[in-house]
Design a protein. Structure first.
Lengths: 256, 321
């Protein structure tokens, strides 16, 4: 059974892409309000694990709970039955997701991007959603860009809008899938600053990233993945500075 | 820089640096551009000259029949037949596109089969098939498949020329628009749908609010083509004696033998309609260019860009557009 204490709990998660096993019985527990950073080489299954948490990726085995609620499935006797699309969408609204490629809607203004979901899901009136959106944009330092279109913003600004958009539904958990990997080096800092501002605010953050420096400074817990498994996890001081596993040491020696 | 180095690298005739800093930049001469433009202008002048001076065009007769009552009736039929065919065709076509993009293999295959069949048969043949449906199926019945029937109609009374034209042309538009809509939808990056799903938006809303607006820039130009093509293709109904614009003109010249002027009357009306539709397409395209940098094209700028010879700034811009 899932413990109520965990914000995100993954148990025995396995996933195949054809003959390739991208996730191999992964167990992960994320405490509420914590910042968990997942690191590891390309193809380690980091993004797949993250996407499984909000059911963008279906697991072949295992299960995910967020705040004690099974995601994407329900228990049906001894089996797990996939939920209806409507129920899955309702669950996703509780989980924010920030994509590597931003994926802002190019035909909507910045403000409309942020205000769209609360209105569409019936959680706020148009006026409420706009006010909340302006607040969030101010929080990421982009209030003056509210009427601009995403195509008129830099990559870093677009990703900050995407963060504001992910927060618009007041999710308890926000997932970040390599949020700075598509950015020019000088734009990475502003996005990391926006994420750092969320840490400690009660929102649970799970971040897949290659920014080891950010992990050391902002993470409560660092998870190192390789070949579909979690190799080791712990506080950043342990995993990053005194890794126990040779695979972790090898990876860190290459990226640091 | 030492004199030793500059002696080796500089060309003998190279001017000093100070000259280069103040020199005016001169664009290269393009004699080919001017010669080809001159040839085309002469050809255009010849065309206009012959249109005006050749008495056998009989422009006064053209003017006399332009607002003739039966011509206007034909025009009216052409307009509403085109509109009805386009609306019906696009409703069916969008459904077929959705079927082709669905995960259901039966729907996928049926969608593919429909497009394949309709695109394979010439439009004229389809039209004649529907017109001659009575000889293939003398009676149509409503009932449970392979079971009892509740009502039946004599096909001969059902399918007149106009209905046959409406059905045949609608199916034709459906097949072609299905491919246009499908292509437009495929042009929207998958990340857009994923982002909308991650925000908890439902499937219908994602299609209407996220996918369709972004598919439109790809759908509109091709649809403009299809619409204008169909406007003129409706003239095919003259073979089954539907009195559209062309057939109305033909009925008149069969009596008075003024073939050329009456063909010109019909042609000019088609030109007028096409012009209106082209202008409409421009505004629809501009509407869906929101959020892209293609928006700023005013009509005046569009014209200037297409007439680069009358505008030196446009000459440079013309190479890029």
């Amino acid at each position: 059974m899932s413990t109520l204490a965990a914000a995100v709990e993954v148990r025995g998660a396995s996933k195949w892409f054809g003959a390739h096993k991208v996730l191999d019985e992964v167990d992960l527990t994320v405490c509420p309000g914590h910042v968990t950073v997942i690191i590891g080489p390309s193809g380690a299954g980091k993004s797949t694990l993250l996407r499984a948490i909000n059911h963008l990726e279906k697991l072949d085995a295992g299960r995910v709970t967020v705040n004690g609620v099974l995601i994407g499935v329900r228990e049906h006797g001894t089996r797990l039955k996939e939920l209806s699309e409507r129920a899955i969408l309702a669950q996703r609204a509780e989980i924010g997701f920030v994509f590597q490629a931003f994926n802002l809607f190019p035909h909507l203004t910045v403000l409309e991007n942020v205000a769209a979901a609360p209105v569409a899901t019936g959680r706020a009136t148009k006026t409420e959603a706009r006010e909340r959106a302006l607040e969030l944009l101010a929080q990421v330092g982009l209030a003056e860009k509210a009427e601009a279109y995403p195509g008129q913003l830099s990559g870093g600004q677009q990703q900050r809008v995407a963060i504001a958009r992910a927060l618009a539904l007041r999710p308890g958990v926000v997932l970040f899938d390599e949020p700075t990997s598509a950015l020019d080096p000088e734009l990475v800092g502003e996005v990391l600053a926006a994420i750092r501002a969320l840490a400690g605010g009660g929102t649970t953050l799970v971040i897949v990233t290659h920014e080891i420096g950010f992990a050391r400074e902002a993470a409560d817990r660092v998870v190192f993945m390789d070949a579909g498994r979690i190799v080791e996890e712990g506080p950043p001081g342990e995993v990053l500075d005194r890794p126990r596993h040779p695979r972790t040491r090898e990876f860190l020696s290459k990226v640091l | 820089m030492t004199s030793d180095v500059s002696e080796r690298t500089a060309l003998p005739s190279a001017p000093a640096d100070e000259h280069l800093l103040t020199a005016r930049l001169v664009a290269p001469r393009r004699p080919g551009l001017w010669i080809s433009a001159a040839i085309l202008l002469v050809l255009a002048a010849m065309l206009i000259h012959t249109l005006v001076t050749n008495r056998r065009f009989q422009w006064p007769t053209v003017r006399g029949y332009f607002f003739e009552r039966s011509i206007l009736h034909g025009l009216e039929l052409t307009i509403w037949l085109t509109a009805a065919v386009l609306v019906t065709g696009y409703v069916i076509g969008t459904a077929v596109a959705a079927a082709r993009l669905s995960k259901n293999p039966v729907l996928k295959s049926l969608g593919f089969g429909f497009v394949w069949l309709i695109r394979s048969v010439p439009m004229l043949v389809q039209l004649l098939f529907w017109y001659e449906l009575a000889s293939l199926y003398p009676k149509l019945s409503l009932g449970i498949p392979f079971g009892p029937e509740f009502a039946s109609f004599k096909t001969a009374h059902l399918f007149g020329g106009i209905l046959a034209a409406y059905v045949a042309l609608s199916l034709d538009v459906a097949a072609f628009s299905a491919e246009i809509v499908r292509g437009g939808i495929l042009s929207v990056p998958a990340g857009q749908v994923e982002a909308a799903q991650a925000l908890g938006l439902g499937r219908g809303r994602i299609f209407r609010r996220i996918v369709l607006p972004q598919a439109m820039p790809a759908i509109v130009p091709a649809s403009g083509n299809l619409l204008i093509g169909m406007l003129k293709a409706t003239s095919i109904v003259s073979v089954i004696a539907v009195q559209d614009l062309l057939y109305s003109a033909q009925l008149i010249y069969n009596e008075n033998f003024q073939i050329i002027p009456l063909l010109l009357v019909a042609t000019l009306w088609y030109v007028v309609l096409t012009t209106v539709l082209s202008i409409g397409q421009y505004f629809v395209e501009r509407h869906y260019a929101r959020g892209t940098n293609r928006r700023g094209d005013g009509f005046a700028r569009l014209f200037r860009r297409n007439l680069p010879l009358f505008n030196r700034a446009g000459l440079a811009a013309g190479g890029r557009s």
